[in-house]
Design a protein around this ligand. Structure first.
Ligand code: FAD
Length: 438
């Protein structure tokens, strides 16, 4: 079958890789000059099955209220006169009940675990090097109440088969000695030895090159302007996509099946087709520093709970990422947020990096209210969805690509997950009003 994949971030590229392996003729359309130039460019680098708790959880509404208007708040909701933002906010609140949170966690763990195993298999098949480390993820707490509140979540992860062990402060520093300078502030932590880290940009561009060698055609510098359909109701089909090609001309590209993997930008392209996705862009920041004293910089990937930052070591670089601003599609850098990241990193690892020359970046997480992505079928028979991976697109990327290739090929993926538009098993059943039912 001839398949067009829309978007070449981690999700589109992994989809193309597995669709090619399944024997399809694959074209990828991407507006940037290469793969992974937008949200999959400079993220936190964590493959973190252990941190599957979505932002929508019972403690979120109060925290968000407390943070309103604070420029350096970890999660900042800037109210706009925009229906999608308000509607998204209402759906987010609905996902904060204990029952929905528990169900969403189970889903996220299932696809993330499957994805980590798939990533490991791709790594051994391709030999790709992306500055990956398999030293686990260490989450440390500086607030006693936050640490105590984390214990049930860690237990739930263990019940779901994810070995997230709660540990004391001395053990935290034993696992990552670079945290010694703030030992007196740490109250505890949790450690998941099976988690990993790595540079998503290096991985995605490496995989795109391998996919190209295997026969996938990447059309870069090509912007999708609309999807063309024919028929109505059950007989509706996408017949082509209209693009502006690298010469600036409009062109129609045709295929038998289409996979939407444009992250936050999936929403405006699908709306005219009556496919309403509940995805809102969540702007996040990262800072990348050159390591100047290797022993003073961490190698275990970290989550700093107090500041909601993640830290990953990529060879001689240190990546620190986090914070979220719900404020439309802007990617503007806010100086207060950038400086807050450098201040905190310098405090954690004094003398470890060149803090005078940080490289700041922002990206738009494609957030669903539940943090469960849309992977599966849409109401248009030959239009498939692989989008809305929110805070965990790197963690879920390879598994989502493999799963969508199975679905396009008419097979049920080998993971128990609530795939969009597909029959559900009792363990994955979504409430009738869940956004992933679009
Ligand atoms: C600060 C930050 C830290 C993060 N940390 C982590 C982490 O540690 N671990 C983790 O698992 N996840 C993390 N994430 C989330 C993860 O980065 C995202 O979920 C993931 O990159 C989304 O991938 P994607 O392929 O869906 O989107 P993208 O990478 O944005 O890809 C979509 C592609 O579609 C293209 N496109 C859009 N519109 C058009 C058009 N009209 N025509 C043609 N092409 C188009 C874009 O150019 C883009 O390349 C983080 C995100 C941020 C912002």
């Amino acid at each position: 079958m001839k398949v067009i994949v829309l978007g070449s971030g981690i999700i589109g590229t992994a989809s193309a890789w597995f669709l090619n392996k399944a024997g399809h003729e694959v074209n990828v359309i991407e507006r940037q000059p290469g793969a992974a130039q937008e949200t999959s460019f400079a993220n936190g680098g964590q493959i973190s099955v252990s941190h599957a708790e979505p932002w929508a959880n019972p403690s979120a509404p109060l925290k968000i209220l407390k943070w309103l208007g604070k420029e350096d708040a970890p999660l900042l909701y800037r109210f706009r006169p925009e229906w999608l933002q308000w509607n998204w906010g209402l759906h987010f609140l609905r996902e904060c009940t204990p029952a929905r949170t528990a169900r969403n966690i189970r889903q996220i763990v299932a696809i993330s675990e499957y994805s980590r195993q798939t990533l490991q298999a791709v790594r051994s098949d391709t030999g790709l090097n992306y500055d990956h480390l398999t030293k686990g993820i260490l989450h440390f707490y500086t607030d006693q109440k936050e640490f105590e509140d984390s214990l049930p979540a860690a237990k739930l992860m263990r019940d779901l088969g994810c070995p997230r062990d709660s540990i004391g402060a001395d053990e935290v520093v034993r696992i990552e000695p670079a945290l010694a300078s703030i030992r007196d502030k740490i109250v505890g932590g949790d450690f998941t030895a099976t988690d990993e880290s790595g540079d998503v940009y290096k991985f995605t561009t490496g995989l795109a090159r391998r996919a190209e060698e295997a026969g996938v055609n990447f059309r870069f510098n090509t912007t999708v302007t609309r999807l063309i359909t024919e028929g109505t109701g059950a007989s509706a089909k996408v017949t082509g996509v209209e693009v502006i090609n690298p010469d600036g001309r409009h062109q129609i590209l045709r295929a038998d099946a289409f996979v939407m993997a444009m992250g936050s930008f999936s929403v405006p392209l699908l709306k005219p087709l009556g496919v309403d996705l509940m995805i809102y862009p969540g702007k996040g920041y990262s800072a990348t520093y050159q390591v100047t004293d290797s022993a003073a910089a961490p190698t275990v990937s970290l989550t700093d709970d107090g500041y909601k930052l993640v830290v990953s070591r990529f060879g001689d670089r240190l990546r620190v990422a986090g914070t979220c601003e719900l404020n439309g599609y802007t990617r503007e850098l806010n100086t207060a947020r950038c400086e807050a990241i450098t201040r905190r990193t310098r405090e954690l690892f004094p003398g470890a990096c060149d803090y005078e020359n940080p490289v700041y970046w922002t990206g738009l997480r494609p957030l669903t209210p539940s943090n469960i992505p849309y992977i599966g079928k849409s109401k248009i028979s030959n239009l498939f969805l692989n989008t809305g991976h929110g805070t965990l697109g790197w963690t879920m990327g390879c598994g989502s690509g493999r799963a969508i290739a199975d679905i396009v090929s008419g097979r049920r993926p080998e993971v128990d997950f609530a795939f969009t538009g597909m029959p559900e098993s009792p363990s994955t059943r979504l409430p009738a009003t869940h956004p992933a039912r679009a």
